[in-house]
Design a binder for this molecule. Structure first.
Ligand code: ASP
Length: 601
């Protein structure tokens, strides 16, 4: 390799060395005949200088000058030179190589670049081109330090994780990509088989069933950096393909799995941040998370818990509350403590928050301010002194605190409360981006009902071991989620290892005996061969890295993501396939709009 140093390497100690640098021309400027060039690669930027009056012996001034003329922006170039100290006063302390520069003795264009569609610098988001342009020219976007650093961070994370698994006796096993459907709650991407016309593989929504089969096969500590595919309707921060750190263990219970993950994250933390991470993570029941924070993925970097006050105010002759209560609704609220509300929430701000609540599905919001004489608001008159005093106690009210009360159907109050909590935290700047708060959400339900269809579905997936009788009203499952700063990083569970219980769960989910056999016969059969008690978890790597790096979107930590509509703007996929290819597959492709239904017999 001719290159002796990357663009991030040189320091004062290298002064006087002969070096060969190769990289991209980021920026060049002419200062009274002396040419300065910023040479960049994904390690940094080094200043190159060509001074026609100061050309070292043996170098050809005219030749260098000629070559530099074709140093267009973003061209790949090679430069030989001598490291020297920058002229006093021109150092760049923000740049790690900013004390030195390389005096060019020879220059060569390795490959000329066309004019790039956007400037590749260390711009702040505001001067970046739109995301669609960045995705169309992703290879140029990756030349930006911010992007290449994100990919390097991701690599460091995964390599630390691999190190942990290795030392803990885990084995990485690859499970198939061409497989049968794995129910994780999304649609499958399907792949037609040419050899068996009319049949299809599914791309895995997760390696769930195969990792369970590995446990039955005695591979008692498995992990995989697994690519998963889920065909979901476009959601702004989901990707049709994504990466999971997938884990499964035998002869364990939920705590063993959680301990393993805490060990993993603590190890990665130590490696990446050289810091000790506090474990164990707090455990919060699903019910508590919903009732306190209005979400099953609470951000614990700030307080603002929701207080439920239905019981306290239920007899107050306040019309709005009475109407809600007569329909089975609830009343809950927040106490925005005076220390954080200070003088920051005035009348106008309260009106804006009321509008926000209305937009989020509730009829409105009632508020009260605590003065030194008690609670003050135009609705206080509806509450007896006894009710007010209970309210103060329950909501821990002190002078100058501000109370916001929400009334409505329970689901709406919780959801809107959760959104309002987040908005208050944003508005009042309660969130510290450098703090990371992990928690386990435990005691999850076994089933959930789809509000639209009324159909019963698995809360996580159908392989979770039940912790209560299955027909109990709120049947529980041995599953849990890991959350970090308001994002869900992954779900895990103790699995069902008894085929009879597994069948029972399928039955509860309305899966017929035939469907059970055709879709899951292989699993049921395998469970019958001494399946060990087992369990595992999968952590969403894209999400985890984006939270750790405080990125708005998971797309910012994926090298080649799809856009929000599931398209790859770089290679133009998905795209139509040639008719011959479809013929081979015995597939007919007709856009639904072109079909005259009468033609189909
Ligand atoms: N298969 C689950 C998922 O992809 C994770 C697990 O239960 O291990 O979410």
């Amino acid at each position: 390799m001719r290159r002796t140093h990357t663009c991030g390497d040189l320091r004062s100690k290298d002064i006087g060395k002969k070096v060969c640098m190769q990289g991209w021309v980021r920026f060049s400027r002419d200062h009274g005949g002396v040419e300065f060039i910023d040479l960049a690669d994904s390690y940094g930027i080094t200043q190159l200088v060509f001074d026609p009056e100061d050309v070292p012996n043996g170098s050809d001034r005219n030749e260098i000058s000629e070559v530099l003329r074709s140093f267009t922006r973003e061209s790949a170039v090679s430069v030989d030179g001598i490291v020297r100290k920058r002229v006093k006063g021109t150092e760049d302390p923000k740049n790690k190589t900013g004390d030195v520069e390389v005096l060019i003795t020879k220059a060569e264009v390795l490959n000329r670049s066309k004019t790039p569609p956007f400037e590749i610098g260390d711009q702040k988001e505001s001067v970046l081109p739109g995301e669609e342009t960045r995705l169309r020219y992703r290879y140029l976007d990756i030349r930006r330090t911010e992007m290449s650093e994100a990919l390097r961070f991701r690599h460091r994370f995964l390599s630390a994780a691999r190190e942990y698994f290795d030392k803990s006796g885990f084995v990485e096993v690859e499970t198939p990509m061409l497989t049968k459907s794995t129910p994780e709650g999304a649609r499958d991407f399907i792949v037609p088989s040419r050899v068996h016309p009319g049949t299809f593989y599914a791309l895995p929504q997760s390696p769930q069933l195969f990792k369970q089969l590995l446990m039955i096969g005695s591979m008692d500590r498995y992990y995989q950096v697994a690519r998963c595919f889920r065909d979901e309707d476009s959601r702004s921060d989901r990707q049709p393909e994504f990466t999971q750190l997938d884990i499964e263990m035998s002869f364990v219970d939920m705590k063993d799995i959680q301990d393993t993950i805490e060990g993993l994250i603590a190890h990665v933390w130590k490696k990446i941040y050289s810091k000790k991470l506090k474990t164990p993570f707090p455990r919060i029941s699903f019910g508590e998370a919903m009732s306190k924070y209005g979400t099953d993925k609470p951000d614990l970097r700030y307080g603002l818990p929701m207080h439920h006050i239905t019981e306290i105010v239920k007899d107050a002759p306040y019309d709005i509350f009475q109407k809600v209560l007569s329909k089975g609704g609830v009343i809950a609220g927040f106490n925005v403590k005076s220390e954080i509300a200070k003088d920051r929430i005035g009348r106008n701000e309260i009106d804006r928050l009321i509008e926000f609540v209305k937009k989020n599905g509730l009829g409105g919001m009632t508020w009260m301010r605590a003065t030194k004489d008690g609670l003050d608001s135009n609705i206080v008159k509806y509450f007896t002194p006894d009710v007010l005093s209970k309210l103060r106690k329950k909501m821990d009210v002190k002078e100058n605190d501000l109370l916001f009360l929400l009334a409505g159907p329970e689901k709406n109050v919780l959801e809107t409360g959760g959104t309002l909590r987040r908005k208050l935290a944003d508005d009042l700047e309660l969130i510290d981006p450098d703090v990371f708060k992990f928690a386990w959400i435990v005691d999850c339900p076994m089933f959930e009902t789809d509000p639209a269809s009324g159909k019963k579905g698995a809360f996580h997936h159908p392989f979770v071991f039940p912790t209560t009788p299955l027909d109990a009203e709120n049947a529980g499952g041995a599953s849990f989620d890991l959350v970090l700063n308001g994002s869900e990083l992954g779900s895990g569970s103790q699995r069902i290892h008894d085929p009879e219980i597994q069948k029972e769960v399928f039955r509860m989910l309305g899966i017929s005996e035939e469907k059970m056999e055709s879709d899951f016969g292989f699993l049921l059969e395998a469970l019958g061969y001494g399946a060990p008690p087992h369990g595992g978890i999968a952590l969403g790597i894209d999400r985890m890295i984006s939270v750790l790096l405080n990125k708005e979107s998971i797309r910012d930590v994926i090298a080649f993501p799809k856009n929000k509509k599931g398209q790859s703007l770089l290679d133009g996929s998905p795209q139509k396939v040639d008719d011959e290819k479809l013929e081979e597959l015995q597939i007919l492709s007709i856009a639904i709009d072109d079909i005259n239904i009468g033609d189909i017999e």
